[in-house]
Design a protein around this ligand. Structure first.
Ligand code: ATP
Ligand code: MG
Length: 735
């Protein structure tokens, strides 16, 4: 058979990996070196050269999208259909097995998979049943605990809780009751899929044997991000019977916070029989400057397995670094660059804006909307579509209009306040019969004394809460209104109790909403929705704000354009590549995140995340940071991210708006002050003047642009190096 097409367009090491004998193989390689490409070609090789049936190959990818792409690429290469092939994520493959073998797995035939919101709802029911105090043991804590245990392969019965360990004893009790509730309801959560699939092997040796015969080769992409139960599932399935090809990059392990074990790569070498190892060191994705920068960054991490990535590609453009005044300036800069890129005949779809934290997307989205640039959020929701934001907006809508039924429906029991399903039924029925709003119906029922004790108290509580919020915020500024509502409604506290990054992100988003309201009101943010507002309509700031949020959320969603920019978190960018990449928010405290400050391991994971970000770029990379940033509701002056300082300076190019006057920053401050007395218009500051900044200490003014409070001055600080600051914010003191 003519097989050259499978080995064409591969380098020697890739070819060696693709055509290696079908025994255990580890491909350890850096970003963009063709790992995923090798997996695809190896599958084609196994089928066409080794004669394996396509259905005898099991290939595990990280996302469903990656699985679809892999199938597409295999079909292209082999000119055959991949229908029936086992290519998917761990979860989708586990589901497929359990659907077939529900009996052996001891689960209901028509089991239902629940997502994390449903899971939380179920946990709440368990709390009620056990009479556990939510105040003491937040629901989210139990959810986090249960999923964590499952990821480690532990059932409630396996946990050894010492008598005195109240926390563990309680969690175990909840876990146990939760397990029973799932069993009764025929329900499987995500972690359970994996756990059951693992137990399916352990409890059914015949079935395991059957699959060990059936699968002749297992391939796994992004192996560095497998967790304990995934590894165990593979280990049992493969046994000594099925050889595996795994590809991974220890430098791209970014899910440690969710239980991924980077050590699984090393474990593989020990646990599996005679694995051979191939390193791929040639990168095909990025320019030399981008690659060298990524290499130098990641070299700051200890304990790496070590590899040396190089490219034959061209040197390419320098990495452009933009120091924005603030987050709006940063967003504007990025949008301008994208439009410039598009005007040169490039596609917007080739551009991606990456950020560390979900909340950063709001300002970027606004700038894109304003410039009418189509965009999509990849692997996440738009800011105004996010659950917590919708909840907060629903409270605000209800304050603005009590008859907004959709809003009332949304928040009447969010956060839970014990209004039972029956009470809600009565309420809805009454509203229907009388043809009045839910709010009016509630008022009716409460005043007519037709509700029983508990229903009356809980519904009355909600009714009073809304009235109280309304009274409290009358006459307040819009942002104060928003702030008060997210606090007093209990939403903020509700999300703050959630453990892990998800809860944290929701809290941050809520605070960001306060921020949005503030900027809305002060008019620092020109708004798309308001540009064609009827000047004769006297809408309250709140109504205007709500309109804008609704338009932002709905309008562009329906955008049919196929040429859109993609926005995503660094985590969701894994495995992808784009000709043009923006890494925004390169500031200490944001990236690396504040939480990683104290823990070296977390800092190393942040650095890997930055490595992932840089290596997504093929041709051109922009990095940006804001000297002042409002995020999560407060204003911060952050230092530029240490990750920027760790890059080779010769590949960096600092972008500045054209300055009116330039003085070399390398000159000694004292010499400068003697030489210059150019006054910066309307600021009372002169070039060469010695100044003191609260945070950065003493320095000398070396350059400026603009005038008055809006002017930016460049200051060469004794200890902090050179910085551009906005006069209005910087509060400089002459010394
Ligand atoms: P990541 O670590 O980001 O997942 P990867 O190692 O999986 O990256 P691929 O996505 O497989 O890398 O490949 C990166 C890019 O290089 C792709 O565009 C791919 O088509 C290209 N590429 C890989 N190998 C070769 C080759 N031998 N010749 C030409 N292009 C190649
Ligand atoms: Mg890949």
């Amino acid at each position: 058979m003519e097989l050259s097409h499978i080995l064409d367009n591969l380098n020697d090491s890739q070819r060696q990996a693709v055509s290696a004998p079908p025994s255990n193989l580890l491909v350890l390689a850096g970003a963009g070196s063709g790992k995923t490409r090798v997996l695809v070609h190896r599958i084609a090789w196994l089928v066409q050269h080794e004669g394996y049936h396509p259905n005898s190959i099991l290939s595990v990818t990280f996302t469903n999208k990656a699985a679809a792409e892999m199938k597409g690429r295999i079909e292209e290469l082999m000119h055959t259909s991949t229908a029936g092939m086992w290519v998917g994520t761990f979860h989708s493959i586990a589901n497929r097995l359990l659907r077939r073998h529900w009996k052996e797995a001891g689960i209901a035939q028509d089991f239902r998979i629940i997502d994390s919101d449903d899971q939380l709802r179920l946990i709440k029911r368990v709390y009620a049943e056990l009479e556990v105090d939510e105040g003491k043991w937040p629901y989210k804590q139990a959810q986090w605990f249960i999923n964590g245990q499952k990821d480690e392969g532990r059932r409630a019965g396996h946990i050894q809780a010492p008598e005195l360990d109240l926390y563990l004893r309680n969690m175990q009790r909840i876990y146990l009751a939760y397990e029973q509730a799932c069993e009764r309801g025929g329900i499987l959560d995500f972690a359970e899929l994996l756990l059951r699939a693992h137990e399916l092997w352990l409890n059914n040796p015949d079935l395991l044997h059957h699959y060990q015969q059936r699968f002749r080769h297992i391939l796994v992409d992004e192996f560095q991000d497998t967790n304990t139960i995934q590894y165990a599932w593979l280990r049992v399935l493969a046994g000594d019977a099925v050889p595996m090809t795994i590809v991974g990059d220890d430098d791209q392990s970014i899910y440690g916070w969710r239980g991924a074990k980077i050590e699984n790569i090393q474990k593989f070498k020990k646990d599996f029989k005679d694995p051979s190892m191939i390193k791929l060191e040639q990168n095909y994705r990025s320019t030399k400057r981008i690659l060298d920068s990524a290499n130098q960054l990641i070299a700051h991490n200890p304990d790496r397995l070590g590899k040396n990535l190089w490219t034959e590609g061209e040197l390419g453009d320098p990495i452009s670094l933009y120091a924005a005044y603030n987050e709006h300036d940063e967003a504007r800069f990025i949008v301008d660059r994208i439009e410039e890129w598009a005007s040169q005949g490039n596609s917007r779809i080739d551009a991606a804006i990456l950020y560390r934290s979900n909340a950063q997307s709001r300002v970027l989205e606004e700038a894109l909307v304003r410039a009418s640039v189509p965009y999509r959020i990849y692997g996440g929701h738009r800011f105004y579509d996010r659950l917590e934001i919708k909840n907060a907006l629903a409270y605000l809508r209800l304050l603005s209009n009590r008859d907004d039924d959709a809003a009332m429906d949304r928040v009447i029991n969010t956060p839970t306040r014990g209004i039972g399903g029956k009470t809600l039924d009565i309420l809805r029925q009454h509203a229907n019969e009388q043809n009045i709003s839910l709010w009016a119906a509630a008022k009716d029922l409460l005043s007519s004394n037709s509700l029983t004790g508990r229903a009356r108290t809980t519904l009355g509580g909600f009714f009073d809460l809304i009235q109280q919020l309304s009274a409290d915020t009358a006459g307040c500024d819009l942002y104060e209104q928003v702030d008060h509502v997210i606090q007093s409604s209990g939403l903020l506290e509700h999300h703050a109790k959630e453990k892990g990054e998800a809860g944290q992100a929701r809290v941050e988003n809520l605070k960001e909403l306060v921020n949005a309201a503030k900027q809305f009101e002060t008019g620092t943010m020109p708004l798309s929705a308001l540009q064609d507002q009827d000047p004769d309509l006297e809408l309250s700031p709140l109504s205007q704000f709500l309109d804008q949020a609704a338009l932002d959320a709905g309008d562009l969603q329906a955008d049919e354009s196929h040429d859109y920019v993609r926005l995503m978190t660094l985590h969701s960018a894994k495995g992808l590549e784009f000709p043009l990449v923006f890494l925004s928010g390169m500031e200490e405290g944001l990236f690396p995140s504040r939480m990683s400050n104290e823990e070296p391991d977390r800092l190393h994971e942040e650095r890997r995340l930055c490595y992932v970000g840089i290596t997504r770029a093929m041709q051109k990379l922009y990095m940006s940071y804001a000297e002042v940033r409002r995020l999560y509701g407060s204003e911060t002056y952050n230092k530029v991210s240490r990750f920027i300082r760790e890059l080779p300076q010769e590949h960096l190019e600092e972008l500045r708006p054209k300055a009116s006057l330039s003085i070399p920053v390398s000159s000694k401050p004292s010499q400068l002050s003697a030489k210059n007395n150019v006054e910066i218009p309307d600021t009372g500051i002169t070039l060469g003047q010695n100044v003191r900044h609260k945070l950065f200490g003493d320095g000398v003014v070396t350059n400026y642009e603009g005038k008055g409070d809006q002017a930016r001055v460049q200051i060469n600080f004794e200890n902090e190096g050179s910085k551009w600051l906005v006069v209005g914010y910087a509060k400089l003191e002459a010394i």
